[in-house]
Design a binder for this molecule. Structure first.
Ligand code: CUA
Length: 156
């Protein structure tokens, strides 16, 4: 029996399997790169200031009972810094980041959004009490992370 022949066959088989495996991985990675996961909105992080609604961030009334608050998160703050919204109305927070991953976490509410560069994240919330709400960044984003905060004023 020619031992070397068997060895060669196995070697060829091994290389073939590796090639097939790598092409599958490659195709999968390539495919994912071109399909935004979960139908999430994407945005060019370098052009955020030119793209609506981030070209004019802030509070905008959409209809009688709905408001949109567009915010840009960046190291180490949120733009705009002043946010005033009415109580008892649906507030849609729309956020993106221009640099690294941040969060938009409104204390004592269920709002805890991940803000990722290249993506637009939405979260709807209705405040049932007027007052001042503290917003914090819960994702470590650099030296100024602990100072990254803002405030939302909810008025009657
Ligand atoms: Cu932004 Cu931590």
């Amino acid at each position: 029996m020619d031992f070397h022949k068997y060895e060669k066959i196995w070697l060829v088989f091994g290389i073939l399997s590796l090639v097939i495996f790598l092409s599958i991985v490659g195709i999968t990675a390539f495919g994912q790169g071109h399909t935004p996961a979960g139908g999430m909105d994407t945005i060019d992080p370098e052009k955020v200031s030119e793209i609506a609604p981030f070209d004019n961030p802030g509070v905008k009334q959409l209809d009688k009972n709905t408001y949109e608050v567009a915010l840009v998160a960046k190291a180490f703050g949120y733009e705009p810094s002043e946010i005033k919204v009415p109580v008892g109305k649906e507030i849609i927070f729309t956020l993106t980041s221009t640099d690294v991953v941040h969060s938009f976490t409104i204390k004592d509410t269920k709002v805890n959004m991940m803000v990722v560069p290249g993506r637009i994240t939405h979260k709807s919330y209705t405040f049932d009490k007027p007052g001042k709400y503290l917003v914090l960044c819960n994702e470590y984003c650099g030296t100024g992370h602990h100072f990254m905060s803002t405030e939302i004023e909810v008025y009657e």
